[in-house]
Ligand binder design. Structure first.
Ligand code: C2E
Ligand code: MG
Ligand code: MG
Length: 769
């Protein structure tokens, strides 16, 4: 445990900082440096600089203990003279070791600081800079119950036993003591590890020695275990009894050749070889043999270190069997064991060919589990996996035998109805929907999921699509039904392909828009209700489409999210908003700058480097991080909570603030409000609409505003359109508001005119919106 240190509040700031720095360096040295001497060297120098003492030295436990009854238990191992840099620190051993007496001995035995005793042994032999009678200051370094070292300083000024310095040095020495403890533990570990290795090494391997004729002369415990003979039984026997009979002849030939001094094929000396060995009970096993030869008084011996590698061989065989199984499994999905996309396409190809040949009908369904992603994100992959497996089993049970059911990807399945026309397809779709709509019970939780289904079929005479195209048609129909709502079924028609193409075109256009700067930001003021002053703005993206005019976010943000374009789009918005924020910061009409809120999509937020990008935008623009607000939605807080909270903490460290947008419309769990560092709740327009109506209509708005107050969060009322709403919100002590009543989102030029007035007129006539 680190010792807490205190810095007196009445200390001058510089001194406080110097103390902190010294303590920080001592703690870091204790954590990281590999020896007490290195750490002490740093510390001695720092302390000399801090106190003005000209020299300091370290005394440590002498190890090994020097001989002789009078030898000191402490020796000087490091000396530092920071003021005499040309002399440098004196290396341990370079100084004649003075006997331990005086301040050092006293500090070691009393475990107490010795303050300004007469310096005794700082004579010229220690390299002391000048020998007039100075003073010694000694500080014991404790570790456990022992004093393991002493720091000694030499000075001219008597000084006082200053409390601050004593405490500071106490902490410094505590850190050095920690270092000694750490080094002791590490040394012990190293020692026990070496011991362990030694024991295990001799225990695991069999070591057998034979003479030049191949007669066993030594047989260790490892060999007894490996071969089943006792040492007494083995010694005197030929080596060949340890190998299967079929190898014995070759062995004898090799031995004979070696004994003639001819290095032939059979000689294994100096190499590691894998061989088959024979156990006493007749069982063969695989060994690895490392053979060496040596001579004693001209007589030749062989020593073999033998390792049983049966298990390793077994593992290798298992692996190759496993690889083989993998190859066959590559046509099936590992989780559900259903055929995968590759196998489906293969069967589809054959089925389409046969249907064309024989003039039969064929149908294909593409199925997606709605809300699966939400389940997976909220409850974890383990629940998600179980849900998928159960869904797969239900599909198998629900549809007619002979229907191929494949898992195509994440939560996508496909069903091949062969033979089957539109009627069979519709029937199968109904069966699928019903099977999935039944509640799933996973881990004692009831989960409700629905299936979106798209289907397509071929009838004779219609031409023959490719397997790929056929599957894509079913998927296009499924996406079509998904866009209309969960749990629906759609039948593919060729217009859908046109729709899919149109979306691809839109995606392309949006990409171009990003590249060519067709996006703009409009800003909507956020007003402090008490004063009417504009305290901030929300940046809202618009697309200046070359043909279709100014497009609101609902016309393209969804598409950007679907396609991933939201990531570069969001990056642009952030850069642009920070740039504009910095411009307002410099503008004298906005004294103190304006808060700028930026909307962030889940997909953006999930990018690992997103917070770095926020930091980069801030840095590049010079916009004050404290003026940036990031608006996220409740759904983000429901996902992967660990990463989310990490991101939020990082944002807070940047100094920026986080708002929850459209608060109240998302998930109803409020637990996350306590868990995550958020600053602002933006109360959704749907609550504000009724706030000035009866007590029932306004109840939710009131509750949300109160909740914000309890959690010390700022509340911003969204979509305020009437004077009565303003009056009610003021009464409810909602601090901030935003809405057409005050101002619509507008380009920078228009907003600047408004800002010049500093405030909006709260009594403006009611807005429509
Ligand atoms: P939001 O973040 O909740 O933004 C507020 C929306 O409410 C804006 O719509 C604003 O024009 C509208 N609004 C404000 N006051 C009133 C009012 O009094 N009455 C009515 N009827 N509406 C009002 P807008 O600009 O169409 O933006 C819609 C949504 O698009 C935003 O909702 C936000 O979720 C999203 N969005 C806008 N810009 C971005 C962006 O840069 N990135 C991302 N990811 N999403 C954005
Ligand atoms: Mg917003
Ligand atoms: Mg909102």
């Amino acid at each position: 445990m680190d010792r807490p240190f205190s810095v007196a509040v009445d200390q001058p700031v510089d001194e406080q900082l110097a103390h902190l720095r010294l303590l920080g360096r001592a703690a870091a040295a204790a954590n990281d440096l590999p020896s007490l001497e290195q750490a002490a060297h740093l510390v001695l120098e720092d302390v000399c600089q801090h106190t003005g003492w000209p020299a300091g030295r370290l005394w440590t436990r002498s190890r090994p203990l020097p001989a002789g009854p009078d030898s000191p238990a402490l020796v000087c191992t490091s000396v530092t003279y920071p003021d005499h840099a040309s002399r440098g620190p004196v290396r341990p051993g370079a100084v004649a070791v003075p006997p331990v007496t005086g301040a050092v001995a006293e500090a070691a035995s009393s475990r107490r600081v010795v303050w300004g005793a007469k310096a005794e042994s700082w004579g010229p032999s220690t390299g002391q800079p000048d020998a007039d009678a100075g003073l010694a200051f000694a500080f014991p370094v404790p570790a456990g119950d022992e004093v393991v070292a002493v720091l000694e300083f030499y000075g001219h000024q008597p000084g006082g036993a200053e409390e601050g310095l004593t405490e500071l040095m106490g902490t410094v020495c505590h850190h050095l003591g920690r270092l000694v403890e750490r080094l002791d533990v590490e040394a012990q570990l190293r020692h026990s590890e070496r011991w362990h290795r030694l024991v295990m090494g001799s225990a695991l391997d069999a070591i057998i020695t034979s003479d030049a004729q191949g007669v066993i002369v030594a047989f260790n415990a490892g060999a007894e275990r490996a071969f089943g003979y006792t040492e007494a039984e083995a010694v005197g026997q030929p080596l060949s009894c340890l190998m299967p009979s079929r190898f014995r002849e070759a062995h004898a030939v090799g031995l004979a050749r070696a004994s003639r001094g001819a290095n032939g094929d059979g000689v294994l000396v100096g190499r590691t070889t894998e061989l088959t060995a024979l156990h006493r009970d007749g069982e063969e096993f695989q060994i690895e043999l490392a053979l060496s030869e040596w001579t004693v008084d001209g007589e030749l011996f062989y020593t073999g270190v033998v390792r049983d590698i049966t298990e390793r061989r077994q593992a290798e065989e298992d692996r190759s069997r496993f690889d083989h199984q993998l190859a066959s499994r590559s046509l099936h999905d590992a989780l559900t064991s259903l055929p995968n996309r590759a196998l489906l396409l293969d069967r589809l190809e054959q089925a389409l060919a046969r249907a064309a040949r024989e003039g039969t009908e064929l149908a294909l369904l593409s199925v997606n589990l709605d809300r699966f992603k939400a389940v997976n994100d909220s409850y974890g992959h383990h629940i998600g996996d179980e849900l998928l497996v159960t869904a797969a089993r239900r599909l198998e049970a629900a549809v007619a035998a002979g229907t191929t059911i494949a898992r195509i990807g994440g939560d996508e399945f496909a069903l091949l109805v062969d033979p089957g026309g539109p009627e069979e397809a519709r029937l199968t779709a109904e069966q699928v929907s019903a099977a999935i709509a039944e509640p799933f019970v996973v881990d004692a939780m009831e989960l409700l999921v629905t299936a979106s289904v798209g289907m397509t079929s071929v009838t004779p005479g219609q031409g023959r699509p490719s397997a790929d195209q056929f599957l894509r048609d079913a998927e296009i129909a499924r996406e079509h039904s998904r866009r209309r709502g969960p749990g629906l079924t759609a039948v593919y028609d060729s217009n859908m392909r046109a729709g899919a193409r149109a979306r691809r075109t839109a995606e392309h256009e949006l990409r171009v828009a990003l590249q060519e700067g067709q996006l703009v930001l409009h800003y909507q003021p956020i007003v402090e209700l008490a004063s009417g002053s504009i305290v901030g703005v929300e940046a809202l993206v618009r697309w200046e489409h070359p043909e279709r005019g100014l497009l609101p976010p609902r016309d393209f943000v969804g598409l950007a999210e679907e396609t991933g374009l939201i990531v570069p789009l969001g990056r642009w918005v952030l850069d642009e908003a920070c740039r504009q924020g910095a411009a307002w910061q410099r503008n004298p009409t906005c004294s103190g700058g304006l808060r700028v809120s930026v909307n962030v999509s889940a997909r953006q937020f999930q990018q690992p480097q997103w917070v770095d990008e926020v930091a980069a935008s801030l840095l590049a623009s010079g916009f004050n991080p404290a003026l940036l607000v990031l608006e996220i939605t409740e759904s983000i807080l429901m996902e992967d909570t660990e990463t989310t909270s990490h991101r939020l903490v990082e944002l807070r460290e940047l100094g920026s603030r986080v708002a929850i947008d459209d608060f109240g419309t998302g998930y109803s769990s409020l637990g996350y409000l306590r868990r995550f560092p958020v600053d602002i709740l933006k109360v959704d327009k749907s609550f504000i609409d009724g706030v000035a109506e009866g007590p029932h209509e306004s109840a939710l708005a009131r509750a949300v505003i109160k909740l914000a107050a309890t959690l010390h969060l700022d509340a911003v009322a969204e979509g305020v359109t009437t004077r009565r709403q303003v009056a009610t919100l003021r009464r409810l002590r909602c601090r901030f508001a935003q809405g057409y009543h005050f101002a619509r989102p507008q380009p920078v030029a228009d907003l600047d005119a408004l800002l010049a007035h500093q405030a909006v007129d709260l009594e403006l006539s009611d807005a429509t919106g």
